[in-house]
Design a protein around this ligand. Structure first.
Ligand SMILES: [Zn+2]
Ligand SMILES: [Zn+2]
Length: 183
C-alpha cells in the first residue's frame, strides 16, 4: 500500500509539473483523490483530440486509437486535394465537438454521408452517416500522436496514377531544398 502511494504521488507530481492539473493540499487537509481520478492519473485517460487548420473547430474522443486505413477513392482524393485520406473510425458515443461546431458545414458526398469541414479554413475534420455507430476521423486533423502503420490502403482501384504506396520515394525531414532535376 505504501509503495502504491509512493508511485501515485510520483505520477501526480510529474503530471502536475506538466501542467495537466493543479493540486492544492496542506498537511492539515491532504488532497483526496477519487478512485476514478486515481485510475486516470495512473493509467492515463484515453482520449483523442483533433482540430482544424485555423484552430477554431476542435473535438475530443474518449476512446483508444483504432485501426485505420488510407482511402484512395476519388471522392476522398478530391475532398482532401491529396493522394489519399487517412481514416480512423471511432464510436459516435465517444465523440464530441469541444469548440467551433457553429463554423462547420457539410458536403453530402453520397446519399446520407456527410463530410464535415471548417468553413473558416476548409479542413475536413470528420465524416459520418447519421445512423451508423461510428464516425470517421480525418486523421490529418488529429492532434494526438497515434502509432502506425495503417491496416490497409483501400480503394486502390480508384487511385491517382501518380502515387503508388509501393514506390520507393526519397524522404526528406523538411521541404526540398531545390526543385527535382528536370527530365
Ligand atoms: Zn478552421
Ligand atoms: Zn474514400
Amino acid at each position: 500500500m505504501q509503495a502504491n502511494l509512493r508511485v501515485l504521488r510520483a505520477i501526480i507530481a510529474v503530471r502536475a509539473r506538466a501542467g495537466e492539473f493543479v493540486l492544492t493540499a496542506s498537511p492539515a487537509r491532504p488532497a483526496r483523490l477519487s478512485c476514478a481520478l486515481q485510475k486516470d492519473l495512473i493509467y492515463g485517460k484515453s482520449m483523442l483530440t483533433g482540430s482544424c487548420l485555423c484552430g477554431a473547430v476542435a473535438y475530443e474522443v474518449d476512446a483508444e486509437p483504432a485501426p485505420f486505413v488510407h482511402c484512395h477513392c476519388q471522392t476522398c482524393r478530391k475532398t482532401h486535394g491529396s493522394a489519399f485520406s487517412s481514416v480512423m473510425p471511432v464510436p459516435r458515443a465517444a465523440f464530441r465537438w469541444v469548440r467551433g461546431d457553429e463554423l462547420l458545414a457539410a458536403f453530402e458526398s453520397s446519399p446520407g454521408k456527410f463530410r464535415r469541414f471548417c468553413t473558416r479554413c476548409g479542413s475536413h475534420i470528420m465524416a459520418e452517416r447519421i445512423a451508423q455507430p461510428n464516425v470517421l476521423l480525418r486523421m490529418g486533423c488529429l492532434d494526438t500522436p497515434v502509432a502506425g502503420p495503417a491496416r490497409a490502403h483501400i480503394w486502390r482501384s480508384d487511385a491517382a496514377s501518380w502515387y503508388d504506396p509501393k514506390d520507393a520515394t526519397p524522404e526528406l525531414p523538411e521541404a526540398a531544398a531545390s526543385p527535382p532535376p528536370a527530365r
